[in-house]
Ligand binder design. Structure first.
Ligand code: HEM
Length: 580
């Protein structure tokens, strides 16, 4: 749909406002009638109050239907199909709750888009609150980059400390900007690439390198940790046992994020515990962020979340104290920062002039948030890439040919130069992120100021909650021909050897609609880390092993609350012959 055809987004008052206005009018009318007929009195005023209350309730019941059906906002609002029986009372709450329970939110977003039209913005009501779903890429840019709209803080204020409304994820500027600026040099530059590759090499091959124990002190300088992952993969190949690839990748990425944040490299069994704990925590977190009204969750759930948050804070304090003790004994130095803990402690030392203004709880909350944001997205991207490659043997064959050429001989460390020599692997990962975006629902943000939509000129008022779903753009057929096809050549230059012949215009559209890490000042700060980690892991997996699926591709379920997981993807592996 061209810009000019973009439908107007007619915004009506949300139903509480409508209910109050209509009820007040009715009450006024009832008061006049009561005065004229009975001359006032308690009984009459009771009748007035009853009339007002009844009118408010009736208005509340019918308002979403009036807004969407009677006033005919089809195309700009929900088309209210026959299955929209839940609309009058609660808007889309039952639909969202069912989707959240069944972990099928992603289908909901895709379904909405299919009905309303690809690329078309629309609105919906939950419990009377209006939300606007923005999918036009120019409009998304306006929200994400021009306004720097924060996510909806309401969703997180129920957590309590340290998972509080002060987390990086929701905190407004300038606190957000300062916290991002602090970690930017570490997260998006050479230190992260080096750390990630060092840990990948250590964990896979046991390549000698200095490691840091969980007490914060460097241990065994120059000693090689056991080649646990390589051994683990070899054992799996020997046994012929199947493995859930998402589980395997999750253990790996939890390991990586702990190395990046704390220079800790937990054992496989410690990882299993940590992973379970994290998964439980993220499941609860997700329920809060994913639900339209977190206050619907029970008190017991809230209490357990607060306890989990407090426990994390205590652990953070323990780690910080151990690291500070290590600084004093000279066992480790803070400069240059080797991990995020060094970065954060140096900032806390600046007190009020630091990015965190000396606030340890905010630092702990953000460290937890980095863990939560940093492990399962990347793990899912690895698992989804494997799923796509198993469905597309021609793509796999071309990838393996590139790896045979670009990978170092077995046992030698993978370097940034090796990864740079893998353009096809790059395209494969990007196409996987398009087809199966690990954070498919994107952002839910609250507009800090009025927004004029570039696409239509409509103005959305400040305070409106907007949804910026990613999956809807990644499957827009006007941007991606055959959107369900797994075609890495979309991302290769048309003239590259084996390029897909996509026109420059098609490639521009593909880039414009690609949002896997979102945009602007609140876009993913971990994308460099994720790219290095996922590509290194995938390169090793496909260079050294041949993978087979257990069961059918169609059995793999798109499981989604906050992140998109390939549930039920089990595989077996066999060794490939590689250069010695
Ligand atoms: C394939 C892997 C990843 C994907 C697809 C991904 C995707 C995203 C997306 C879409 C957002 C924005 C969400 C929103 O606007 O609501 C985001 C935010 C974020 N991501 Fe990632 N991410 C990945 C890996 C990582 C890693 C490895 C880290 C940790 C280092 C990380 C840390 C964060 C943080 C801290 C934010 C919040 C940023 C802010 O609010 O300023 N992510 N990510």
């Amino acid at each position: 749909m061209s810009k000019k055809e973009s439908p107007r987004l007619v915004l009506l008052p949300t139903f509480p406002t409508a209910a109050v206005v209509v009820a007040a009018t009715t009450a006024g009318a009832a008061a006049v009638v009561a005065t004229l007929t009975a001359g006032g009195g308690a009984a009459s005023w009771a009748a007035v109050a009853t009339a007002a209350a009844t009118t408010a309730i009736v208005t509340a019941l019918v308002w979403p239907r009036v807004a969407t059906d009677v006033l005919g906002l089809h195309g700009t609002s929900f088309p209210s199909p026959a299955d929209g029986g839940d609309m009058p009372l609660l808007g889309r709450v039952p639909q969202l709750v069912t989707a959240a329970r069944g972990k099928t939110l992603v289908h909901t977003y895709l379904d909405w888009q299919r009905r309303v039209g690809w690329g078309v913005n629309h609105q919906f009501y939950t419990l009377g609150r209006r939300a606007v779903v923005i999918v036009d890429p120019d409009d998304i840019r306006a929200v994400a980059m021009r306004l720097n709209a924060p996510r909806d803080q309401r969703k997180l204020r129920f957590f309590g400390t340290p998972l509080s409304a002060d987390m990086l994820f929701v905190v407004p500027d300038p606190r957000h900007d300062n916290a991002r600026r602090l970690v930017h040099p570490f997260l998006s530059g050479t230190p992260t690439t080096e750390t990630v590759l060092r840990v990948v090499n250590e964990t896979l091959w046991g390549v000698p390198s200095r490691s840091v124990g969980s007490d914060g002190a460097r241990s065994g300088g120059g000693a090689a940790p056991p080649a646990r992952w390589a051994a683990h993969l070899e054992a799996l190949a020997d046994s012929g046992e199947s493995v859930d690839i998402d589980d395997l990748a999750t253990s790996f990425t939890v390991h990586m994020i702990y190395a990046l944040l704390y220079s800790e490299t937990p054992s496989l069994s410690e990882l299993a515990d940590e992973k379970d704990r994290l998964i439980r925590l993220i499941a609860d977190t997700t329920a809060l962020v994913g639900l339209p009204a977190p206050e619907l969750l029970g008190r017991a759930r809230m209490t357990s979340l607060r306890k989990a948050g407090d426990k994390f804070f205590i652990e953070f304090e323990r780690r910080a104290a151990a690291r500070r003790a290590a600084y004093v004994t000279g066992a480790t130095a803070a400069q240059p920062p080797r991990d995020m803990l060094d970065v954060m402690l140096a900032d806390l030392d600046k007190g009020k002039t630091g990015a965190y203004q000396g606030d340890r709880r905010r630092v702990a909350a953000d460290m937890l948030f980095y863990v939560l944001a940093g492990y399962d997205t990347t793990a899912h991207s690895i698992a989804w890439t494997m799923h796509a490659l198993l469905d597309n043997p021609d793509v796999e064959a071309r990838l393996v040919a590139e790896l045979d050429f670009a990978m170092p001989p077995a046992g030698q460390p993978i370097t940034a130069a090796h990864l740079a020599a893998m353009p096809y692997a790059d395209a494969v990962w990007k196409e996987s992120l398009r087809r199966f975006p690990p954070a498919p629902n994107g952002s839910i943000r609250k507009l800090p100021a009025d927004l004029r939509l570039p696409s239509s000129g409509d103005v959305i008022p400040a305070g409106t909650v907007v949804h910026l779903p990613i999956i809807a753009n990644h499957h827009n057929p006007t941007a991606y021909a055959s959107p369900l096809a797994f075609d890495p050549t979309r991302w290769l230059p048309p003239t590259a050897p084996g390029g897909g012949g996509h026109t420059p215009a098609a490639q521009r559209a593909a880039r414009t609609h690609f949002l896997a890490f979102h945009l602007g000042p609140r876009a993913c700060p971990g994308q460099n880390m994720a790219a290095v980690e996922a590509k290194a892991m995938l390169s090793v997996l496909f260079h050294r092993y041949r993978w087979s699926r257990v069961g059918d591709s169609a059995d793999v379920v798109l499981e989604n609350l906050l992140t998109l997981r390939p549930a039920g993807l089990r595989v077996t592996l066999q060794r490939r012959a590689v250069r010695a």
